[in-house]
Design a protein around this ligand. Structure first.
Ligand code: NAD
Length: 245
């Protein structure tokens, strides 16, 4: 129970990696503020936590809207009294890959709003409280896309590159307040019960949301207290390069 007496916000808690992280941290004793724009999925996550005996607060918040985020943070503080951990997991991009030259001009702002502004909104709203308490763990979500590039994912790659710069700078600014700021870069994660085989990783398969949650759980715990400003690949060796010559 390494998160006993800790409160964690998890954005994107209704599905995929965010859901796995919310369930994992709850299992390890954290009180969870489950944030998602998809109310039905978020309630499903919350119900699972409650049934297992955990404490959870559901927040149907659009992370791109600063007023909703600020109201959400105020509610978390009113209900739980403190915030120890912020997991900025909600994110995404164009479902179908598309070359940059074919994207209609001006149609990409929403990707930056979701991946950058959502992270900025929650972080900006939470850090005054963390600074005051001189304690905090912030986990941002990057991607292998910002490390190697990813064809047909130019906007997504650019937005995750911005997360990389933000994470490092924030770690410098918040270090004096005992706040750790790190990021994780998943690659090829599948939601299937059995992760499908792929030639795209050196482990020969896709990863699972739980495999991301394992690392995140360590990084936001006291066991990782001297780690800040770092980005961790969880990609089955994907960025090592292609198989064969
Ligand atoms: N899945 C992968 O293979 C992969 C690879 C690299 C990076 N990532 C990153 O990991 C993170 C999680 O990815 P995932 O695959 O679990 O995503 P997902 O699509 O499964 O879940 C994202 C969740 O965020 C919620 N969400 C979307 N917009 C929102 C908004 N405006 N406000 C609040 N909630 C909102 C969605 O409702 C959903 O529940 C993302 O930042 C993603 O970019 C994922």
């Amino acid at each position: 129970m390494r998160f006993e007496c800790r409160t964690a916000i998890v954005t994107g808690a209704g599905h995929g990696i965010g859901k796995a992280i919310a369930l994992r941290l709850a299992r390890e004793g954290a009180q969870i503020a489950a944030v998602d724009i998809d109310k039905a999925n978020m309630e499903e996550t919350a119900e699972t936590i409650r049934k297992a005996g955990g404490a959870v607060l559901e927040l149907a918040v659009d992370i791109t809207k600063i007023d909703e985020v600020k109201a959400g943070v105020a509610k978390i503080l009113a209900d739980f009294g403190k915030i120890d951990i912020l997991i900025n997991c909600a994110g995404g991009g164009f479902q179908q890959g598309i070359d940059f030259k074919d994207i209609p001009a001006g149609s990409w702002q929403w990707v930056f709003d979701l991946n950058i502004n959502g992270t900025l909104n929650f972080t900006h709203s939470v850090i005054p409280h963390m600074i005051e308490r001189k304690y905090g763990k912030i986990m941002n979500f990057s991607s292998i896309a910002s490390k190697t590039g990813l064809p047909k994912r130019s906007i997504y790659s650019a937005s995750k590159g911005a997360i990389d710069g933000f994470t490092k700078t924030l770690a410098m600014e918040l270090g004096p307040y005992n706040i750790n700021v790190n990021s994780v870069s998943p690659g090829m994660i599948s939601y299937d019960a059995e992760p499908p085989a792929t030639n795209g990783t050196w482990l020969g398969r896709c990863g699972t949301p739980e495999e991301i949650a394992s690392l995140v759980s360590f990084l936001v715990s006291e066991e990782a207290s001297f780690i800040t400003g770092a980005d961790y690949l969880v990609d089955g060796g994907r960025v090592l390069g292609p198989k064969g010559f």
